[in-house]
Design a protein around this ligand. Structure first.
Ligand code: ZN
Length: 449
């Protein structure tokens, strides 16, 4: 009798387990669409590792994805699909009874890259569908070629713009740090980056290029690659700190170090960056190695010295400007080993605009007024550096570079001071003159006004 009861229970239990396996399979609890200029990414949240297959259909273009043993728990009509590539996501009848068939209607033929991601951070199992946008890529490439052509042409004429790449940290699946009021770092960084770009473009002699233009993820390698393709002379990456406690506050500026950071916040920042690619979702197929392929390795050390030196000086300027509008976490630029700063050919800094995990600063970082102040400080720091050390061939060199003047008959210090918008004292100081007399043919250095 006892045995019968037990075996009955076992039977019930095993039937239950079998039915769980049969019906639970995996369920889709989230569908997100992130559209970038040259790629649209669709992410599915799943309760278990997915078993999937897919194929393309033409007329109209669509991608059909079969998820074995799965159920959809998302109302597809409510998924935000804004962007150019995806027209609609809908269900269809699968071949296998227990499968779920998802159809993605597209605006152009696409060769998709589909891969599963293991649970990480707050995410469980995910399935990533990357849809490369050929039309968008061609447009991006054309824009980059145009920048490059203009830069070469202007360089010859000696009046080119200094190109500043502006990198808004995180994006898409990677929210970055999150504040108490659910403020996402990725939104704050994009808002500040856009303000920085507008201010830079207003300044004649400078041109801003945004690495990320919307809410989508760009992996760390690709960020440097975009900067390089856009012919950037300098890169500023914008972040807002997150920490495990709400005490730390203040802005900071980071430059690259070849060693691991010394401070706790620095190590936290490095870990945070490493986590970014995992959260953002980098598939094996997307890891690119051609990033450094074109670099002349013999030049790298020399370039790295130049880059690190320039970055440190710009960082110092930016920090001193930031200090006028916000609390500083540290008074000097700090060092950390961060991938986004490692381009040997592009001096790069990372600005942490404040701590999003500090309640007071979270409120500030949300405010447009404060974002504008931060953006202005960043831009004025960059301007100050390049006004002092303008790159050859640039409009800045023409405007702010050292000028020479050969004294002609009838010219006095006061005449020249008026002509070059400087002062007699300034002229005397720049040329170490002890008297006011000038000789015809004497070469004077004209100081920057
Ligand atoms: Zn960050």
């Amino acid at each position: 009798m006892r045995f019968n009861v037990l075996s009955g229970r076992w039977l019930w239990l095993s039937l239950y387990l079998v039915s769980c396996l049969a019906y639970a399979g995996s369920s889709v609890s989230g569908v997100r669409v992130w559209s970038g200029p040259d790629n649209t990414r669709i992410v599915l949240d799943l309760s278990a590792a997915p078993e999937f297959s897919y194929f393309n259909l033409k007329k109209p273009d669509r991608l059909v994805l079969d998820l074995k043993n799965s159920q959809m728990k998302v109302e597809l009509s409510k998924v935000d699909i804004s962007g150019r590539l995806v027209k609609k996501v809908r269900a269809s009848t699968p071949k296998e009874k227990d499968a779920y068939r998802l159809v993605i209607e597209l605006n152009q033929p696409v060769t998709p890259v589909v891969f599963a991601l293991k649970p990480t951070g707050n995410y469980g199992h995910r399935l990533v569908i990357d849809l490369p946008d050929k039309v968008g890529s061609a447009a991006t490439e054309k824009k980059q070629q145009q920048i490059s052509k203009t830069k070469t042409q202007q360089q010859l004429e000696g009046n080119r713009d200094i190109i500043i790449a502006i990198d808004a940290g995180h994006g898409g699946e990677d929210p970055g740090a999150i504040g108490r009021r659910k403020t996402y770092e990725k939104s704050v960084t994009l808002a500040i980056a856009k303000r920085v770009q507008r201010l830079i473009d207003k300044e004649s002699g400078l041109k801003g290029v945004l690495i990320r233009q919307g809410d989508y993820f760009v992996n760390l390698n690709k960020r440097s690659q975009i900067a390089r393709k856009s012919k950037a002379d300098f890169l500023v990456s914008i972040h807002a700190d997150g920490f495990t406690s709400s005490q730390p506050k203040g802005a900071s500026v980071w430059v690259v170090s070849t060693r691991r950071a010394k401070s706790e916040v620095g190590r936290h920042l490095e870990d945070h960056e490493a986590e970014s690619d995992l959260l953002g979702g980098v598939g094996e197929l997307m890891s690119n190695t051609d990033n450094d392929a074109h670099l002349n390795f013999a030049l790298i050390d020399m370039q790295m010295d130049y880059s690190m030196n320039t970055a440190y000086q710009v960082a110092t300027q930016v920090l001193s400007q930031l200090g006028k509008v916000t609390t500083l976490h540290k008074k000097k630029p700090e060092h950390a080993s961060l991938a986004v700063l490692k381009s040997p050919d592009i001096p790069s800094i990372l600005v942490e605009a404040g701590f999003i995990t500090n309640h007071k600063e979270e409120n500030l970082l949300r405010s447009g007024n404060h974002q504008q102040k931060l953006a202005k400080a960043i831009v004025s720091g960059i301007k100050k550096y390049y006004q002092r050390k303008p790159l050859p061939g640039t409009l800045y060199a023409k405007t702010y570079g050292v000028k020479k003047h050969t004294v002609k008959k009838g010219e006095s210090l006061s005449v020249l001071a008026a002509r070059y918008k400087t002062s007699v004292a300034g002229l005397k100081k720049a040329n170490k003159l002890s008297s006011n007399t000038l000789k015809i043919g004497q070469v004077l250095t004209i100081p920057n006004s």
